[in-house]
Design a protein around this ligand. Structure first.
Ligand SMILES: Cc1cc2nc3c(=O)[nH]c(=O)nc-3n(C[C@H](O)[C@H](O)[C@H](O)COP(=O)(O)OP(=O)(O)OC[C@H]3O[C@@H](n4cnc5c(N)ncnc54)[C@H](O)[C@@H]3O)c2cc1C
Length: 392
C-alpha cells in the first residue's frame, strides 16, 4: 500500500507537531512556512498532559522535561486581593503533570526533531486546487507543490480556509492581554513550582514558570478600548499595564515592577466551523478552531489534531485520503468545539462576570473535575478505532 504524501502549510506549533506525528507514522511530509525563518515571540505556553503524551510518542519526552517547567500541587486561584479561592488541577487522572514552556523553545525542539529538508521557509501559500487524484498548493514566490493531502495549519487568518468554508469574521471579545517574561534573577523569591491566577473584576492575571524554571511568564487580561480592538498584536506600555493592576495583590506588583517590555494581544476566536475538510484539503490548529486562551488549550488541541490526523492517515492508501480527512474532522470537531466554548465560559468566570463571587468561587473549585477530564483524554486510541472502521 502506497502511504499518502502530505503538504503542511504553516510552521507554527500545530504544523510542526503534525509533521512530527506524520513522519513518526511513516508518511512523506513537507512543511511550507511563510516566514523567512521559524521563530516565536517571547511568551509562554502551557502544555497539558493531553498533549504531552503525544510529544512523548514522537520522541520529545526528554525535550519537554528539559525545556519545560513542571507546575505542581501548590498552584492556586486567588481573588484580586490575594484571598485564596481554590487549588488548580495540574495533572490528569493518572497524575501526569502540566509544563510551562517558552514558545521559542517549543518551536525550536519541534523543528529540530524533523529530518533535514522537511521545512521550507519563505513560502507563503496563496492558492489551492485539487482534482480526484491529488492536491496542489501555489506560493507567492512562484513555487508550486503537489501531494495526496494538504493540511492548512496557517493560523487564525488562514489563507487556505476559504477553500474549505466561506470566509467569516473573527469574533472580538473586548479583551486584550499583556504578555511577557521576567528573568528569575529579577524575582529571586518567586516560587517557580506553580501556576497562579488572580481573578478580579473584569480582569485577571496569570503567572507560571517557563524554561526549566529560569523565567517567569505573566499575562494580564484587561478590557480593551476601541483603538486596541483594531490591533492584533503590538508593543505595550509597562506603565499602563502596572496601572491596570494597581491595588491588586502586592505579589502582582512585585512581578510588574520588573517588567521593562511587554506586548499586547487582542483576543479573538471564531464560531466553531461546521466543516473543516474539502476533498484532499483539511484544516488543523488555529486555522480550524481558533480559541480564547482561557483554558490554555490552543496549542494542546492542535497537538491532539496532529496525532489524530497522523494515526488515521497512516492506515489508508492514497485513494482514501479524502475519506480519511473527513474521519479526522469528525473525530475532532465536537471535542474542539466544546473546548472553544468552554474557554469563553472560563474567561467570564475568571473576569468575575457573575456578581455573586461566592458562586463564582464554587465554580472554580468544581472546575478541577473539568480540567482532569480534559487532560486525561487520549486521542490516539480513538483515532485508531476510527481508522479500523474505515478499513472494514
Ligand atoms: C501570545 C500567545 C500565547 C498563547 N498561549 C497559549 C497557551 O498558554 N496554551 C495554549 O494551548 N495555546 C496558547 N496560545 C495559542 C496557541 O499558540 C495556538 O493555538 C497554537 O500555537 C496553534 O497554532 P497554529 O500552529 O495552529 O497556528 P499559529 O501558531 O498561528 O501558526 C501558523 C503558522 O502559519 C504561518 N502562515 C500563516 N499564513 C501562511 C501562509 N499563507 N503560507 C505559509 N505559512 C503561513 C505563520 O507564519 C505561522 O508560523 C497562545 C497564542 C499566543 C499568540
Amino acid at each position: 500500500m502506497a502511504s499518502p504524501s502530505v503538504v503542511i502549510v504553516g510552521g507554527g506549533i500545530g504544523g510542526l507537531f503534525a509533521a512530527n506525528a506524520l513522519i513518526a507514522q511513516g508518511l512523506r511530509v513537507a512543511v511550507y512556512e511563510q516566514a523567512p525563518a521559524l521563530g516565536e515571540i517571547g511568551a509562554g505556553v502551557y502544555v497539558t498532559p493531553n498533549a504531552v503524551r503525544h510529544l512523548e510518542r514522537v520522541g520529545l519526552g526528554p525535550a519537554v522535561e528539559k525545556w519545560g517547567a513542571r507546575v505542581g500541587a501548590d498552584s492556586h486561584y486567588f481573588r484580586h486581593d490575594g484571598t485564596p479561592i481554590a487549588p488548580v488541577q495540574v495533572t490528569d487522572a493518572a497524575g501526569n503533570p502540566c509544563f510551562g514552556m517558552h514558545r521559542a523553545d517549543f518551536v525550536d525542539f519541534l523543528a529540530a526533531n524533523l529530518p533535514a529538508g522537511v521545512v521550507h521557509t519563505g513560502h507563503r501559500a496563496v492558492g489551492f486546487a485539487q482534482n480526484g487524484d491529488s492536491a496542489r498548493v501555489t506560493f507567492s514566490n512562484g513555487a508550486a507543490v503537489e501531494a495526496d493531502g494538504v493540511v492548512a495549519a496557517d493560523g487564525i487568518h488562514s489563507e487556505l480556509r476559504p477553500f474549505v468554508f466561506p470566509p467569516s469574521t473573527p469574533v472580538f471579545h473586548g479583551t486584550i492581554s499583556y504578555r511577557g517574561l521576567v528573568a528569575r534573577e529579577r524575582l529571586p523569591d518567586w516560587p517557580m513550582d506553580r501556576w497562579q491566577m488572580w481573578a478580579g473584576p473584569s480582569k485577571h492575571f496569570l503567572v507560571f514558570p517557563v524554561r526549566h524554571g529560569t523565567m517567569v511568564n505573566y499575562v494580564g487580561f484587561v478590557p480593551a478600548d476601541a483603538e486596541m480592538k483594531e490591533s492584533w498584536s503590538a508593543p505595550g506600555d509597562p506603565d499602563v499595564l502596572r496601572r491596570e493592576f494597581e491595588g491588586w495583590d502586592p505579589r502582582i506588583d512585585a512581578v510588574l515592577k520588573q517588567v521593562d517590555k511587554t506586548f499586547r494581544w487582542a483576543l479573538y476566536d471564531r464560531e466553531p466551523l461546521p466543516t473543516w475538510t474539502q476533498g484532499r484539503l483539511t484544516l488543523l490548529g488555529d486555522a480550524a478552531h481558533p480559541m480564547l486562551p482561557h483554558l490554555g488549550q490552543g496549542a494542546n488541541q492542535s497537538i491532539e489534531d496532529g496525532m489524530a490526523l497522523a494515526t488515521i492517515l497512516a492506515r489508508v492508501d492514497t485513494s482514501a485520503v479524502p475519506v480519511a480527512l473527513l474521519a479526522y474532522e469528525k473525530l475532532r470537531r465536537e471535542r474542539v468545539a466544546a473546548v472553544q466554548l468552554g474557554a469563553r465560559q472560563n474567561g467570564l468566570r475568571v473576569d468575575s462576570a457573575d456578581a455573586d463571587l461566592a458562586a463564582r468561587d464554587a465554580q472554580l473549585v468544581a472546575h478541577a473535575n473539568f480540567r482532569k477530564q480534559l487532560y486525561s483524554y487520549d486521542v490516539a486510541p480513538e483515532a485508531r478505532a476510527v481508522a479500523e472502521v474505515l478499513l472494514k
